[in-house]
Ligand binder design. Structure first.
Ligand code: G3P
Length: 220
């Protein structure tokens, strides 16, 4: 399973990169805004993120802010020209699906975002989107079962051999990552702290302490 980090913060990306398990980055307008980048520097910031990524196949989702078809395809094309790693992230609205269809025909990678239902995921796949981003955590926040949605999308995509990759987004805890890996989806995108929490187990800490003490008692 591919690990993406859901941030626009260069330091966080560098920290996640150290372990050699990072495959990509996803951003959204809220995450970009948090970086206090000036409007004119947004494209430079996407390029800086792309340069941080070593993984040959890794990519960076950059979200458009237009909401009508003509502007969406224009913005999408501009973003795609920034760097070969750019994936144009497009919201799941009617014009968005039309824009994904247009861009995918031009071999521009796309990520259909703000997906909360299987019907939306089906449309994303039929439009030829490279990725679909179901928002697991935001569904859980409203007492809907986000993982059930991931399972449903996986079944639908398998049934029809859709090539669209499932990229579970809005991850809130490490258990969601484990469950997604059991379902067998392509990737998850999560904040740095959730990726780091996968490392932790109290027995690992206790076990290592004991191993080192035992060794020191005999050999030092
Ligand atoms: O990038 C989309 C998604 O991961 C947002 O997550 O935490 O704002 O629900 P969150």
């Amino acid at each position: 399973m591919k690990f993406f980090i859901d941030t626009a913060n260069l330091e966080e990306i560098k920290k996640a990169k150290i372990f050699g398990v990072l495959n990509g980055v996803t951003t959204n307008p809220s995450l970009m805004s948090k970086e206090f980048i000036k409007k004119k520097d947004i494209y430079d910031h996407y390029i800086s993120i792309c340069h941080l990524l070593d993984d040959e196949n890794g990519d960076v989702s950059a979200e458009i802010i237009s909401t009508n078809y003509m502007d969406m395809i224009e913005e999408g094309e501009k973003l795609s020209l920034l760097h070969p790693k750019i994936v144009v992230k497009i919201p799941m609205i009617k014009d968005g699906i039309k824009a994904i269809k247009y861009l995918s025909k031009k071999n521009i990678k796309t990520n259909c975002t703000l997906v909360f239902s299987s019907g939306q995921a089906l449309l994303a796949a039929k439009s030829g989107s490279s990725y679909v981003s179901p928002f697991l955590g935001r569904l859980d926040d409203l007492s809907y079962n986000g993982l059930n949605l991931i399972r449903e999308i996986k079944t639908i995509y398998d049934n029809y051999h859709f090539k669209t990759k499932i990229l579970a987004a809005s991850i809130r805890n490490p258990l969601q990552i484990i469950e997604c890996s059991k379902i067998g989806i392509y990737a998850v995108t999560s904040p740095l702290k959730i990726i780091l929490s996968l490392f932790y187990h109290p027995l690992t800490k206790i076990g290592l302490k004991k191993f080192l003490e035992d060794y020191k008692n005999i050999f030092n």
